[in-house]
Structure formats: C-alpha cells, structure tokens
Design a protein around this ligand. Structure first.
Ligand code: GDP
Length: 195
C-alpha cells in the first residue's frame, strides 16, 4: 500500500460525531498496550500520528484517520484495563457495540493480540463479537520480534485454536519494532478497501 496521505480526523465518542460514512472503513481492536498505535503508525509510515494509550483521554474515544482520501482507518479504544470501573466498562461496550452494529461503511474489524500470550477472555469475546457482526476477523499477532521463528509458529497456532478461528480466516505476525509484516496486513485488507 502506498500511503500518499494520512490525516488524523478526530477522536469521537458519539455516533453523530463520526465522519460521514462515505468511504470504506477498517477498524482495529485490541487490549491496551497490545501495540495498536505502533502498528497504525507503521502501517501509515508515520512516527507519531496514532497516539499511544498513555495519552490522556485516548482510551475512551474512537479515533479516525483518513487515508489517501479513499478510506478510513479507525483505532478503537483498548480494553483490558484493570482499574476501569463497571460503569466505564459498560460505556465502552455500548460505544463499541453501537459502532459495530450501526456503522454502515465498516468493512472489516481487525483484532490485535500479543503473539507471546494466549488470548484473554476479553480477546475471545471481542473476536466473537467481530464475527457475530459479520466480519471475517483478520487477526494480527503483534510484537513478533519477541519470539523465535519456531516459537512464533507454535504460538500462532495456539492463538488460532483458542480464538476458534475459521479455516479461511488469517492470522498475521507483525513487528512494528522491526517494521515487518505491515504490507501483508494491507494485502489482507486490500479487497475491502475498494470504493
Ligand atoms: P497500544 O496501547 O495498543 O496503542 O500500544 P502501543 O503501540 O502504545 O505499544 C505498547 C508498548 O508495546 C510500547 O511500549 C511499545 O513500544 C511496545 N511495542 C509496540 N509494538 C511493538 C513491537 O512490534 N515490538 C516490540 N518489541 N514492542 C512493541
């Protein structure tokens, strides 16, 4: 993918604030600290366009990026914070649920998991949710530089099994540190990005 233009559009909470759904959209989901902002920056060839989860306020908003004037890449708020209240968790669920079920231009939701760990209960729930909403469920295993090649292969298989991924669904290892794997992610998404 050649990124000619990547612009941060804004961070929003309510549906009516989101950009007009006039272009295809891809969303990225995952627990906080999984490496989502790093991957977005790597995929877009930018150093700091996507803000890390330590940025105040970032955790509770949906962040939109407009790419090449032809599609939106969306950074969903990370989950899995230990210190989040029940009320905050519910508001997170409400926002994501509304987004997944009502965003008419949404073409795919990509789930990020850390390649070193087995998927958490929340990861499994998120993946089920993604599938229930009719998306294919591309899974990305982040921080691939942290494992040897053989361990990575083994771990990809484990993650695939534990998420119950269908045969045709893909799991792709990436390393933002080494700038590896992002082109394969774009390739997996290419047919969803056609206008
Ligand atoms: P987010 O909360 O999902 O947006 O995660 P970030 O992108 O902020 O990354 C969380 C932490 O993981 C940071 O300390 C990053 O430096 C680190 N990280 C992200 N991607 C990679 C990677 O590909 N390899 C390694 N080794 N560390 C990474």
């Amino acid at each position: 993918m050649i990124i000619k233009e990547a612009a941060f559009v804004g961070s929003f909470v309510k549906m009516e604030q989101y950009p007009v759904p006039d272009m295809p959209e891809i969303a990225m989901a995952g627990r906080s600290n999984v490496g989502k902002s790093s991957l977005i920056n790597t995929m877009l060839n930018r150093k700091k366009l996507a803000k890390t989860s330590s940025t105040p306020g970032k955790t509770r908003t949906i962040n939109f990026y407009k790419i090449n004037q032809t599609f939106y890449l969306v950074d969903l708020p990370g989950y899995g914070y230990a210190k989040v209240s029940k009320k905050e968790r519910e508001s997170w669920g409400g926002m994501i649920g509304t987004y997944l079920s009502r965003r008419s231009s949404l073409q795919e939701v990509v789930l990020l998991v850390d390649c070193r760990h087995d998927p958490s209960g929340e990861d499994k729930q998120m993946y089920e949710w993604i599938q229930q909403h009719g998306f294919g469920g591309v899974v990305i295993a982040t921080k691939a530089d942290k494992l040897s090649r053989s361990k990575l292969t083994q771990q990809l298989r484990r993650i695939r099994n534990q998420l119950g991924m269908p045969k045709e669904a893909v799991i792709l290892p990436v390393s933002s540190l080494k700038k590896e794997g992002s082109e394969a992610v774009w390739e997996a998404l290419a047919d969803k990005l056609k206008p």
